[in-house]
Design a binder for this molecule. Sequence first.
Ligand code: FES
Length: 115
Amino acid sequence: MSDTQPAKSYYERHIFFCLNQRSNGENCCADHNAQAGFDRCKARVKELGLAGPGKVRVNKAGCLDRCAAGPVAVVYPEAVWYTYVDPQDIDEIVESHLKDGKVVERLLTPPHLGR
Ligand code: FES
């Protein structure tokens, strides 16, 4: 392999869920069912046989600094941010984006929302 070729990604897609819990009363994803979203995503990816090298990895993350839009998850390599509400949202992200590479437009995090 030449030095100019990009390395092949170990995972085809990687999704990170903010599970941050704050104890000071400030807004955080953990107060908006982030753990349930993470658990659902992990289970669905496994059920569909999408988990593993060359496929999909579902990871926990700390604060991603977009708390105002929480609960949030971000998918790489596309760097697409999602704000989800219920299990159906998670299923759609898994089946459309993680499996087929199609962005779920209706769940995109509004671009101006940060911390
Ligand atoms: S607490 Fe989730 S992005 Fe900050």
